[in-house]
Design a protein around this ligand. Structure first.
Ligand SMILES: Cc1cc2nc3c(=O)[nH]c(=O)nc-3n(C[C@H](O)[C@H](O)[C@H](O)COP(=O)(O)O)c2cc1C
Ligand SMILES: [Fe+2]
Ligand SMILES: [Fe+2]
Length: 395
């Protein structure tokens, strides 16, 4: 069955839905799946823009052949080399041996390293243009969004931007493919999680890209994941602008680890105290149960972060360590921090939290609170003090 959809005259979406993969990049959860979008423009020349992940190649190539009705692909434009989009290149080269592969110098190094030597390479640079006949394609470099070679392709005739992963989302395309055909409320967390998890580290490159793309007239943005943007273009651009400036809302994420519930007791006490101080957006996560993907996503949203861990073999609990490493690596900015611990004899989480605060440069709102086992009345007061200090910073 042909799943291709004409999105502009002679321009087709030929994406595939992946509902089977549990984790993206073998790490990020996919509760609602993910779509890999590819596009083909049928002009005097045929240009294919990005491909799909290897596991879905068969259907994809069948769809492509059906659209082309015996014609060949002349150009394969590679906006991004990550294998979820470059996975079908090897087979495309066998199918269309005369294919010209279009990318930048960094693309070609990666192409060689992943799929071996290629003939017929056409190198493009910032502002280069390629004519397909009635249409032309212009290329703009968007380095580190989210790989060094990433670029975008703009088709001025139809004011259409093929943006690679930029403006992408987790979640399959269940019927509709345009932003006005899908349930954006249902996909909201998948859109923000895609940003925070995959693009979140690259706020500065995202700001540069937004400035660069701001000069283009945009009627349609075709990303490699998630819906095609045409009715809510300014909405998704505004979101990217806000996220990449690390703008946050009033609210607090409490992430804790706990083996026997004593550290969790402290988290709950802090949560209650925050609520008593008038904070409504409070998200409490257990790091052993909730994947960092969701915790990080909430942290991108809310300014306040309070972390707690029991002592574990002299140091911090492993799942909290994972969360701290992720946050440090992403260099998430513009937050205020409180932290607490629980222990029985010595060592513990507090020194690691202190090192984390220094590395990530978040302002610490108060002295840490460390409890021995179950909370006593004075410990409760200290938990309340962390909450109060946090609220003073937020209000
Ligand atoms: C495997 C394991 C290792 C621990 N290591 C330490 C430690 O190095 N230092 C310490 O003071 N307490 C240590 N403890 C004790 C716990 O940190 C302490 O009981 C704490 O109250 C547990 O909090 P929880 O109830 O939130 O799990 C350890 C406990 C376990 C089960
Ligand atoms: Fe990617
Ligand atoms: Fe991707």
């Amino acid at each position: 069955m042909n799943n291709a959809i004409e999105i502009k005259k002679d321009t087709y979406w030929i994406g595939v839905n992946d509902r089977r993969t549990h984790i993206f990049e073998n790490y990020w959860p996919l509760p609602k799946g993910v779509a890999y979008n590819s596009y083909v423009i049928v002009d005097e020349k045929v240009a294919l823009i990005d491909t799909v992940e290897r596991s879905h190649m068969d259907n994809y190539l069948d769809n492509l052949k059906e659209i082309l009705q015996g014609r060949k692909v002349d150009y394969l434009i590679i906006n991004h080399m990550e294998p979820d989009h470059s996975g079908s290149i090897k087979n495309l080269r066998y199918l269309y041996p005369d294919l010209t592969i279009v990318g930048n110098s960094k693309t070609f190094t990666m192409l060689q390293n992943l799929y071996g030597p290629s003939n017929n390479l056409l190198e493009v640079k910032e502002g280069s243009s390629l004519s397909l006949g009635k249409r032309s394609l212009n290329f703009y470099m968007t380095p580190m969004l989210h790989w060094p070679e990433t670029m975008v392709t703009y088709m001025p005739k139809d004011n259409t931007l093929f943006s690679g992963d930029i403006f992408g989302a987790f979640g399959t395309l269940d019927g509709g493919i345009f932003d006005d055909q899908v349930d954006l409320d249902y996909l909201e967390e998948e859109i923000s999680r895609y940003y925070s998890n995959i693009v979140g580290k690259y706020g500065v490159p995202a700001q540069s890209a937004l400035k660069k793309l701001g000069g283009l007239t945009l009627e349609m943005i075709c990303s490699t994941h998630g819906p095609i943007w045409r009715s809510h273009i300014s909405k998704i651009i505004d979101k990217y602008d806000k996220w990449s400036k690390y703008e946050t809302e009033e609210g607090v994420v409490i992430a804790f680890s706990s083996m026997y519930g004593h550290t969790e007791q402290m988290a709950d006490a802090i949560g209650r105290a925050l609520s008593a101080e008038g904070i409504k957006k409070i998200r409490i996560h257990d790091t052993s149960k909730t994947h960092p993907s969701y915790i990080i996503n909430d942290i991108f949203r809310y300014k306040g972060v309070i972390l707690g861990s029991p002592a574990y073999n002299g140091g911090i609990f492993p799942t909290m360590e994972t969360l701290l490493c992720e946050l440090e690596c992403m260099g998430v900015k513009n937050h205020v921090l409180g932290y607490f611990g629980n222990k029985m004899w010595g060592g513990g989480a507090i020194p690691r939290f202190k090192a984390f605060a220094e590395k990530i440069k978040w302002e610490v709102v108060s002295e840490p609170n460390e409890v021995m086992g179950a909370m006593k009345p004075t410990d409760l007061e200290q938990c309340k003090a962390i909450a109060k200090a946090m609220v003073e910073k937020l209000k």
